[in-house]
Design a protein around this ligand. Structure first.
Ligand code: NM2
Length: 524
């Protein structure tokens, strides 16, 4: 076992912070859950404005970079070819950044908006239906993908343009922090990012496991028990550990391709055997509503809810802020991953490709899965809301699928898909966690034992919390774990601009050939 490559302070720091959260939760589950809930409420009600500003500014920032000279910088020298074709590239980035949660929320998010719509609309009204069909697309749309893409800029830039073989967040903020990143501050940045990612992964597992368990129970007839959920977590871990172990070109790429094909199958099936016209019309109309209302939603904090005498909808806190926090904790990881697979592309292609493919993919899921449910509800064929309020969201999701032809087969495929979706997020997450705790990556991939270690570590918090009955606490873990990441995002954006402006200027003045700028098409 090679341990010389390991950056021990970061490795141990991240592991200790995880233990520091897990152990007290095991010892004092109730008090622990209370503290976490208090922290969540504080973050979303008092500091929500930071998350909202972060979202909208990330979008503007990326659009600026994409269309400025920075966007034409190529990730790699002139002769470097793209490492992956666009299909695999888009499939991998989508599968890494999106996990089983899209199946969960794609199927059921609308039901929450329908019952508790934003902007004081009347619940279950016509207006509420429009919000229900559209808000999910907003929460999984351009702002969300902008949050994901931002960290990829400095990371890809340093990796492929300045050719530093380190996949670390701290390394990417060196232009701003200078030598400080070699000291404790660098370790703190990496550890906070790793902690954020573990929180985000916790949210994912806490939502995904009960849904997969319902699916398994439907197919096999076993009741949903803690034992079943534990087995599911372990099976998921073995799949993603194996995939991460076999590396980027084999495991991760193959699993992502399978994932996309299965997902397309489920989507096509529901689209064709569900209310095709309703789904198409509602999705297209939602795009219009979204474009019309985009900036209003992107900045809505419902300020009156803090004033006595006005109703507190809690909508921005429970949804937009929660979502931005959740995308945020995943962002440096997705950034590292997107950067790693984008060799040979320009910065502009990386930005626009990620935002476009990502958003389109999410529109497909929310448009088809969500509107199928909306239709069942409002046409009176199945009262999903009543079912969900009685049996919970995971059971309602499976019951919605049961309304389709060949329900057994569909639930079976859906459950397998959810498991693979989970695995394709976690394999890349453990791959990235392993990269970050190495001083450098000589062979192009982090050490194998290191990848396995983080694969199993990712499971530690969710598994313990499940045993003490705290999966619900974990569903919002992203919020608390994400706050420090806001500052890291700011540093990342600043670093990228500082370094690339410097290099562009040097190139102009001294004709150094550090960067390769792609010419505009057609210009010689
Ligand atoms: N995001 C995309 O659980 C998952 O699907 C992974 C979730 C941040 C909402 C990411």
């Amino acid at each position: 076992m090679n341990t010389k490559l390991i950056d021990w302070p970061t490795f141990i720091g991240a592991f200790l912070i995880l233990l520091a959260v897990t152990v007290p939760l095991i010892l004092f589950p109730e008090a622990g859950a209370e503290v976490i809930n208090m922290a969540n409420t504080f973050m979303t009600t008092k500091l929500g404005v930071f998350y909202i500003l972060l979202g909208i500014s990330s979008l503007f920032f990326l659009l600026y970079v994409a269309f400025s000279k920075h966007g034409r910088i190529k990730l790699g020298s002139r002769e470097v070819k793209r490492e992956f074709n666009t299909f695999s590239w888009a499939a991998m980035l989508f599968s890494a950044g999106i996990g089983s949660s899209i199946l969960y929320w794609g199927m059921i998010e609308w039901a929450y908006y329908y019952q508790g719509p934003p902007f004081n609309a009347v619940p279950e009204s016509r207006e509420a239906i429009e919000y229900a069909a559209t808000y999910g697309i907003f929460h999984w749309g351009p702002i969300a993908w902008a949050i994901y893409t931002l960290p990829a800029l400095p990371i890809a830039y340093f990796y492929y343009v300045r050719k530093k073989p380190v996949l670390k967040i701290s390394e990417s903020v060196r232009p701003v922090l200078g030598k400080l990143v070699d000291g404790p501050l660098g370790v703190i940045i990496d550890v906070l990012f790793m902690f954020g990612l573990m929180g985000g992964a916790g949210t994912t597992l806490a939502l995904g496991t009960p849904m997969i368990a319902e699916g398994v129970s439907e197919v096999t007839g076993f009741p949903v028990t803690m034992g079943l959920q534990t087995i599911i977590m372990l099976v998921a871990t073995v799949i993603f550990a194996l995939s991460s172990y076999s590396g980027l070109q084999k495991g991760i790429k193959v699993l992502s391709d399978v994932n996309i094909y299965l997902a397309l199958f489920i989507l096509a099936f529901i689209f064709l055997f569900g209310p095709t016209i309703f789904i198409s019309e509602t999705t297209v109309s939602s795009l219009g509503i979204l474009m019309d209302d985009f900036f209003r939603w992107a900045t809505w904090l419902d300020p009156l809810s803090n004033v006595d005498g006005f109703a507190d909808t809690g909508f921005p806190e429970s949804w937009t802020i929660f979502y931005w926090a959740w995308w945020l904790v995943y962002a440096p990881f997705v950034g590292l991953f997107v950067a790693r697979i984008s060799r040979g592309r320009t910065i502009r292609e990386m930005i626009l490709g990620t935002m476009l493919w990502g958003t389109l993919g999410c529109i497909l899921f929310f448009g088809i899965l969500g509107n199928f449910g909306v239709y069942l509800q409002i046409s009176g064929s199945f009262d999903i809301i009543a079912y969900m309020n009685e049996f919970g969201a995971p059971a309602a999701i499976i019951e919605i699928l049961n309304q389709l032809p060949m329900p057994w087969l569909i639930v079976f495929i859906f459950t397998i898909l959810a498991l693979i979706f989970l695995a394709t997020t976690f394999d890349s997450a453990s791959y990235i966690l392993a990269s970050v705790v190495q001083k450098h990556i000589d062979t192009g991939e982090p050490l194998r034992w290191n990848r396995l270690f983080w694969a199993f570590t990712l499971l530690l918090l969710p598994l313990t919390l499940m045993f003490i009955g705290g999966l619900e606490t974990l569903q919002t873990a992203s919020i608390v774990a994400g706050f420090p990441v806001i500052f890291i995002m700011f540093l990342l954006a600043w670093s990228f601009i500082k370094a690339s402006t410097h290099d562009l200027k040097a190139q102009r003045e001294y004709r150094t050939a550090v960067i390769h700028i792609e010419r505009k098409p057609g210009r010689k």
